[in-house]
Design a binder for this molecule. Structure first.
Ligand code: FES
Length: 164
């Protein structure tokens, strides 16, 4: 259930934007943040807030890699597989993540913590292989470094679970 207060806050942001479409990503990300993913309910709400059709929102949602139209884990790991990272060994990093998390690309780990998503360039080409979790970019990855990052993320998730 998306609260009216959130809808009203987002409508105010849309009113302050030059065009409704300009505010679309912001609106979708906020609704996604509230729901955990951009659910069908969130698409309908986004359309209402933006004054667009649900089809127009769907088109925008499927264009952006950081908008998720199906449920994802608590952390989404985007692994760049574009040319610079590929030449630096992203295939090995992706294979390590698949094995560590027990998922195929696009899948979510059994504990619901991680979703693994190969993606296009993350803009960190000089420091590949690169992955992104949330807003944090990690470059010059090795299997050891990935193991450390996953361990830190698991600890952070466990401590946030115990404080809830
Ligand atoms: S090619 Fe991987 S960050 Fe650009």
């Amino acid at each position: 259930m998306i609260p009216e207060s959130l809808k009203n806050e987002l409508k105010a942001r849309v009113a302050a934007a030059l065009t409704n479409r300009e505010a679309a990503v912001d609106v979708m990300k906020e609704l996604q943040s509230h729901c955990g993913w951009l659910s069908d309910e969130a698409v309908v709400a986004a359309a209402e807030i933006l004054g667009l059709s649900t089809l127009q929102v769907e088109e925008l949602a499927t264009f952006y890699e950081l908008i998720y139209r199906r449920p994802v884990g608590k952390r989404v790991i985007h692994v760049c597989d574009s040319i610079s990272c590929w030449s630096c060994g992203c295939d090995a990093i992706l294979a390590y993540l698949r094995q560590n998390l027990g998922v195929e690309p696009g899948g979510t780990s059994a504990d619901g913590c991680f979703t693994l998503v190969p993606c296009a360039c993350l803009g960190n080409c000089g420091e590949g292989p690169t992955m992104m979790i949330g807003d944090t970019l990690y470059g010059r990855l090795t299997e050891e470094r990935v193991a450390e990052i996953l361990e830190a993320e698991r600890k952070a998730l466990a401590s946030s679970n115990s404080s809830n």
